[in-house]
Design a protein around this ligand. Sequence first.
Ligand code: NAD
Length: 700
Amino acid sequence: MTDSAAVAYSVNQSVASLVMHNPPVNALGKAVRVGLIDGIEKALADDAVSYIVITSDIGFFSGGADISEFATGDIEPNLSTKVLHAVEQSTKPVIAVLPGPAFGGGLELALACHYRITHKANKVGLPEVNLGILPGAGGTQRLPRLVPVAQALEMVVSGKPTAVTKLNGVFSVITETPEQLQSATIEFIGQLDPGATIPRTCEIEVDSSSFDSAIFDQFAAGIAKQARGFFAPFNCIKAVQAATELPFEQGLTREGELFMECMNTPQARAQQHFFFAERAAGHVTDYDKQTPVREISKVAVIGAGTMGGGIAMNFANAGIPVTMLEMKQEALEKGLSVIRGNYERTAKKGKLTQEAVEQRMSLLTGTTDYEDLADVDLVIEAVFEKMDVKKAVFSRLDEVCKQGAILATNTSTLDVNEIASATSRPQDVIGLHFFSPANVMKLLEVVKAAETAPDVIKTCMQMAKKIRKVAVLVGVCFGFVGNRMIETYGREANRLMLEGATPQQVDKVIYDFGLPMGPFTMGDMAGLDIGYFVRQSRKAFIEHDPSYCVVADKLVEDGRVGLKVGKGAYLYEAGNRAPIPDESVMAIAKQEAERLGIQQREISEQEIVERCIYPLINEGALILEEGIAAKASDIDVIYVYGYGFPVYRGGPMKYADEIGLATVLDAMQKYHDELGDYGKAWFKPAPLLKQLVEQGKSFN
Ligand code: NAD
């Protein structure tokens, strides 16, 4: 009785079942939409049918629209005006039975049905805001008719999934288990009064007693900080507001207008790009389906400092036991107590039970003896950033670790090939570059060295998911992808200070561009000494440029290493992280500029963006050319998850595509020509950038 492969139609007694089957998530692509309309029409035409059930035979009810169809523009039959209209206006009761999650258009479909049945562990949500848009198939109009307006706002604007048990008024029946759904549905239908009016969501009045008209402005004010720079969340609020002010049909029209406003923004393009970029990061050509995966059930971390502690927490959180090795017992105890402190703070905020704290701590053991690492499957080294120290550690690991163990380094800048050369098994050595704080930041750069085996790469890419990281595979070079590119940004920020911009001016422009903070605030937070030591180790790279970060060098040499000592590029009051501008820093910049013969001048906001962001993009182009990153979208993922680049700009490479590569190239060329030796040294356009401009192409 199957009509469409995507929606199976069958009739049993008086019930027609429309069973969606479009793995993996029942995306509402064309075939499913056509199948639903056909099914409704058939059921209405069949006198033997009194009730219609829409359900699914896979783990999802529906994950929502098929967003790959956005690009084709082929939206017929329209989900909202055709499919959901047909469902809601059906003259026979339609019951949605949700065996699994309903997201986006999937939930909108369920809301257009007359009754909904699910089980108590299920979740539903409207995540469209994460794609820079809003639910455009009536979700913003129907949801506030079923739940309090405040809850509808929260769901639509946050995009987060909600437990079905928290949605009073949406479900007619919530069973204990998914297995009970079928019998519960039969029982529910059996109890329906055949003569009763069909409850259509569109005909329900929004409960005006559930909210105050000020709620919309208050809600907008409440999200102002976290949604800074984003367009869609504010249109989401307007759409829900429309549901409370307009009759259903007009509200639907308004929702459509607000949806199109979002859809036409560069932000929607950027966020949709990013959605695919994140998934594409996992598609790697270094291995295939046949490549085996090594088992990781026991981990060791060398060094219980800032990074080692955070790295260990990731594994403990995932239930994987970790042995931490330090040289001295005191360092070990300190490291473990920092970890406990972190967990206790989370517990205090109510986000972790005390029992869970103890359970995670029980997975962490300490040692000072390498022999205790004999049976671990993966070791991650996070000791001081010194080649000789790292090599000594790897040589020792080579002696004690079992064959097949993966030996990883968390180095930020050092050559992983050289580290691997300290072992007799370079095929098992890889870089796992976590970002600080390692237990929080989602990014993991997986660094493949010259001899890293494909199964080691595959194991690490898969392991990243288990510890809830987004892994991006990169190659070996100084700083890999993220830190190599950030060098250009820090360099330009510093040079702009010599040319007359203040730290606060640069920071404000970058903050307004959408990063969480500007380069000077970031430098002070990280500690200016970190960059200083890196520069000390890279003399050959910078010696041709006497202006290179000279003010930062002076600050460090004066002991002004940043927030931790209360002074860096800014001043800080005790216990306060708010940066206070300091005239004396500009005085140093002025003095240095005079010494170097650099004319100080007014610097425009546009120049600050161009000088800080375009060289970063240019470096990204070089990285692509060299094959250090496999695709531009990988760089975007690294920048959004590792450096807080605004997702509504899609990452630096997508941003370049959006403003046009010719714009970037022209500006690079302009600064190359106008900034003397400095411009000639640092503003050479990447060949790939030139080539793409000539061919009229983009990065992505
Ligand atoms: P840290 O100084 O906080 O910690 C290093 C720890 O290693 C110390 O506890 C030290 O006692 C221990 N240690 C040193 N030599 C050792 C040895 N031979 N055997 C065992 N333990 C030893 O440093 P960190 O910030 O955690 O950095 C560690 C590594 O992570 C470095 O390679 C660094 O470049 C890299 N990294 C740091 C960051 C960051 O933001 N801090 C980010 C990414 C990567």
